[in-house]
Ligand binder design. Structure first.
Ligand SMILES: [Mg+2]
Length: 108
């Protein structure tokens, strides 16, 4: 089953509603967690620690997932639909840099 940005944001929103409703609007906490995860990502990139088979612990793959998690959590604290925002931002980038490829030109 495929994942969309929107689906993951909804999943995280529901998860926190059920488990940590008081934390749902804590932007500062998630921003600090994001910075922590970016630091962890820097370390595994420097050490070139990649995932093998399904062993994700301590790898670039794990830390990229963690970074994405907190980016989406921050978006949720503002009720931002990051999928819509990404599309709009890519349109700006296409116009700015003259790219002709559009997101919807790509099939999953
Ligand atoms: Mg991590």
């Amino acid at each position: 089953m495929s994942l969309s940005i929107r689906k993951v944001q909804k999943y995280l929103k529901e998860k926190y509603k059920r488990t940590k409703p008081d934390d749902m609007k804590n932007t500062q906490r998630y921003f600090l967690k994001l910075i922590e995860e970016v630091g962890e990502l820097a370390e595994v990139i420097r050490k070139d620690q990649r995932m093998t088979e399904n062993h994700i612990k301590g790898t670039v793959e794990e830390e990229l997932s963690d970074v994405l998690y907190y980016v989406l959590m921050i978006a949720n604290t503002y009720d931002i639909d990051l999928e819509d925002c990404f599309r709009l931002k890519e349109e700006l980038n296409c116009n700015r840099y003259g790219h002709t490829l559009k997101i919807d030109d790509i099939n999953e």
